[in-house]
Design a binder for this molecule. Structure first.
Ligand code: BGC
Length: 445
């Protein structure tokens, strides 16, 4: 019998998140597909191939999500599949998305749909990517088609996934498909166009479905100075504004200023109904940065996930939530997870991160749902198949699946809407002493 229990509100959204390119397979009209074919772009030379085979059988994983007691899922639509050539829409692709969305509703799973999650149609790259202002009309046209054909099945929308990751990795780092131009000026221009695209999509969705909830999923790392001195702290403050804060500020007042530049963006002011927080880790920044934008040395005591992806730092989720309270909007944790092939850290990761959300809710912070990244192992961009984020383990050779221990735990949490000391005892006993001290053997004796 569970003694201590952390209970979540009855209408809390319990979900997982995926992205089209990462799970569908054979997205041959995407710029990522071309990128994969170039030597040295993807770790180990991996290919997305069938990915997690969602184009043929998303339903299998949706069954598993429903069995886990999930009532929500965040997925994305692949622009290059829906519009393989400019203005040419693929009705079969739209029909398939309709079946997937309907399959979610049939299973009591509420869809949250992302319109842009890192991948572009090849034709868009040829026309100048997000550097060209033309992208705004193209994105608006694509959004209008989705609204018209699928909008009745979509209560929640994310226009753009992680705009700052997109800009930094594509335009400054270069490990995602390279746009025609790179560098700071191109990054500024792309950011301005991403804001315009978001605003155009927001207005297009709301014009037809005023009740729909529309937001952005924003990567929100906790930034800290590597050296805790004046310059180190100044640099982090500045970087935090540029990377974490100014995006939301621009959505509030509609005024462009990333990281310099001026001017109003049409339709942008007030264009968000919720805040999507994607939280993974904390990062230490060195000043001066010298080539590397962030450090991936977390120190000797840090618990680090596979492939040195990031430090497990649950308190950061609470901090990330706290940082966006000032915008006074509902908050969804639109992504949170870790690569952990052997599931050695994920059970305790789930409990400790969800506990931070429970703590936030107990302060009346408006956290409305949690979408764990990810439901099933999927193609992790430039890190290919080397990093496994799924609650469901995938054998990419056979497409066989197996629910990880952490998936079983997440099922218990979602079905009961709570975390109990009994669950911790069974899945992550090392947490009992710190999270439920009253139930540790010491306290009982
Ligand atoms: C992205 C996902 C990615 C995940 C794990 C997020 O930044 O939105 O597409 O797979 O992180 O790296």
């Amino acid at each position: 019998m569970a003694k201590a229990t952390m209970t979540f509100p009855p209408d809390f959204r319990w979900g997982t998140a995926t992205a089209a390119y990462q799970v569908e397979g054979n997205n041959t009209n995407s710029d990522w597909y071309l990128w994969e074919q170039e030597e040295g772009r993807i770790l180990e030379g991996d290919k997305s191939g069938l990915a997690s085979d969602w184009w043929q059988n998303a339903e299998a994983d949706l069954d598993a999500a429903a069995a886990m007691g999930n009532n929500a899922h965040r997925l994305s639509l692949e622009w290059s599949r829906i519009e393989p050539e400019p203005s040419v829409f693929d009705n079969d692709a739209l029909a398939r998305y309709r079946r997937i969305l309907q399959a979610m509703h049939d299973r009591g799973i509420e869809p949250m749909v992302t319109l842009h999650h890192f991948s572009n149609p090849i034709w868009l790259t040829e026309k100048g990517d997000f550097n060209s202002r033309l992208v705004v009309d193209y994105f608006q046209r694509f959004t209008a088609k989705v609204v018209e054909t699928l909008g009745d099945l979509i209560p929640k929308w994310v226009t753009i996934n992680e705009p700052m990751v997109y800009v930094v990795i594509r335009y400054l780092v270069g490990s995602f498909p390279a746009p025609q131009q790179m560098g700071l000026a191109a990054a500024v221009q792309a950011t301005r166009n991403l804001l315009r695209c978001h605003a155009a999509a927001y207005q297009t969705i709301k014009a037809r479905y005023p009740q729909a909830e529309v937001g952005v999923a924003k990567n929100t790392p906790i930034l800290l100075p590597k050296s805790n001195n004046f310059l180190g702290r100044w640099w982090v403050k500045r970087a935090n504004w540029v990377y974490n804060e100014v995006w939301w500020e621009m959505l509030v007042d509609g005024r462009f200023r990333w990281p310099f530049g001026r001017g109003q963006v049409e339709g942008l002011a007030g264009s968000f109904d919720f805040i999507g927080v994607n939280y993974y880790t904390r990062l230490y920044l060195k000043f001066p940065p010298r080539g590397k934008l962030w450090e991936d040395d977390w120190g000797p005591d840090a618990v680090v996930s596979d492939g040195n992806y990031g430090e497990v730092y649950p308190q950061g989720l609470f901090q990330a939530i706290k940082a966006v309270l000032k915008y006074d909007k509902p908050i969804y944790i639109t992504e949170n997870g870790l690569p952990d092939k052997d599931d050695r850290l994920r059970p305790s990761f789930l409990i400790t991160h969800l506990r931070e959300i429970w703590r936030a809710i107990s302060f009346c912070y408006p956290v409305m749902g949690y979408y764990h990244w990810s439901l099933v192992d999927n193609f992790e961009w430039d890190r290919g198949w080397t990093q496994r984020f799924g609650l469901i383990e995938l054998n990419t050779e056979t497409q066989e699946r197996k629910l990880r221990q952490s998936g079983q735990l997440y099922g218990e949490i979602c079905r009961s809407g709570s975390i109990s000391s009994d669950m911790a005892q069974r899945y992550a006993p090392e947490l009992i002493k710190t999270l439920f001290p009253g139930e540790s053997p010491l306290a009982k004796s």
